[in-house]
Design a protein around this ligand. Structure first.
Ligand code: FES
Ligand code: FE
Length: 394
């Protein structure tokens, strides 16, 4: 800093040395208006990883999830096909299913006036419906939402015709995997959709969703806050986001036997994992709300549910071979490694959240060179939030 204080640009902003790039301004992490725009233009327009397919294990099994401003009901019809609907009764708008998860026999019945919808959403019955023969039962059924199954998860998209419909799944979700791993087929080796849920932990994080994404995208913090992870993956101690070089997986330390909290041996390796993929960790960010972590014997999937500018629920699944889960193998040391990493990361994010409204952060913080790629995430977000007039919140 110069004796008179920080140097400023003609616009009055601080001039940054070339090594540093600006983050987003603090209000992006605190402001209700920005959050509402993100809900509309990001979470309600893009493919959103909602539910694990295996959690819907029979016709009529359902889950409700928050996607942007909407509650979405995801279920399976009698033919076993996935269906997703806005969880809003067509009569007077009551939430049709109020539980987070459940099972109906053959229909969803609204708890208010008992409008009843079959598992494809068609209006089956309602008090006095026969006296209203002009009410079309499909037209007045539950409103369907686009669905796609991939990696053993149900992805939904709420984009409307006015939004141009759902974006290409291949050009968005799958492209993120290709750009990270070099080729989409690299993830096939893990056969993720055939894996079984070994453990699930839900974290209620008092931080904006973007702090969690930014944290996941850099390893500058690894040496400081992840002692167990850097023991297993020594190159993470350098602080460089080696995990973000295309196709690169961080190699296990020479003395490490498995991706576990103490480096001890893990469980049975996934049979398709190649020689190049063995003993390596690959992290993939699928914007806006999914992280996939690949290691030789399991896969960890994070789904984020942004609920407020300063609150994000993160549901984390540890997935193993079905034979491993059925055998009752001890998964504790395997789960504990990333559970600790999660807690360390989320605590760091929660430590940053209150400072987002500090006057010091009005212009934002800074990214060091090993974090410069995070500016690409910020550009991506700004592009999505830009309205037709080309203005972005500032
Ligand atoms: Fe659902 Fe009336 S609001 S039946
Ligand atoms: Fe971390």
């Amino acid at each position: 800093m110069s004796p008179g204080g920080p140097r400023t640009s003609p616009e009055g902003g601080q001039v940054l040395p070339e090594s540093l790039l600006r983050t987003l301004p603090g209000l992006y992490y605190t402001d209700e208006t920005v959050f509402a725009l993100e809900q509309q233009r990001v979470f309600e327009r893009m493919w959103f990883c909602a539910v694990r397919s295996g959690d819907l294990d029979a016709p009529g099994a359902f889950r409700t999830v928050q996607v942007g401003r909407e509650s979405v009901l995801v279920s399976r019809n009698r033919r076993g096909e996935i269906r997703a609907f806005l969880n809003v009764c067509r009569h007077r708008g009551a939430r049709v299913c109020t539980e987070e998860a459940g099972q109906v026999r053959r229909a969803f019945q609204c708890p208010y006036h008992a409008w009843t919808y079959d598992l494809d959403g068609t209006l089956l019955a309602a008090p006095n419906l026969t006296s209203m023969p002009d009410v079309d039962r499909v037209e007045w059924g539950l409103v369907r939402v686009a669905v796609r199954e991939w990696l053993g998860y149900v992805w939904v998209c709420l984009a409307t015709d006015a939004d141009g419909g759902p974006p290409s799944f291949e050009d968005t979700v799958q492209r993120e995997v290709t750009e990270r791993l070099g080729e989409l087929s690299a993830i096939d080796a893990y056969a993720v959709d055939g894996l079984e849920l070994g453990r699930r932990i839900s974290y209620d994080v008092a931080a904006n969703w973007k702090l969690i994404v930014e944290n996941f995208m850099e390893c500058y913090h690894c040496a400081t806050i992840h002692p167990e992870l850097t023991e297993v993956l020594p190159e993470f101690a350098d602080g460089y986001a080696a995990q973000y070089y295309v196709g690169h997986g961080a190699e296990f330390g020479a003395e490490v036997d498995g991706f576990t909290v103490d480096g001890s041996a893990g469980v049975e390796r996934l049979p398709g994992v190649t020689v190049e993929q063995d003993r390596r960790y690959y992290a993939i960010t699928i914007k806006p709300q999914v992280f996939v972590n690949l290691v030789p014997d399991h896969v960890i999937v994070h789904r984020m549910f942004p609920l407020a500018p300063d609150r994000t629920v993160v549901e984390c699944d540890w997935l193993y071979l079905p034979s491993v889960v059925e055998s009752g193998a001890d998964l504790d040391r395997s789960v504990e490694l990333f559970d600790r990493v999660n807690r360390q990361d989320f605590e760091a994010c929660e430590r940053c959240q209150p400072a987002m409204s500090s006057r010091l952060y009005a212009e934002g913080g800074v990214l060091v060179p090993s974090e410069h790629h995070i500016a690409g995430f910020h550009d991506w977000l700004r592009a999505h939030l830009t309205d037709d007039a080309g203005t972005v919140p500032s």
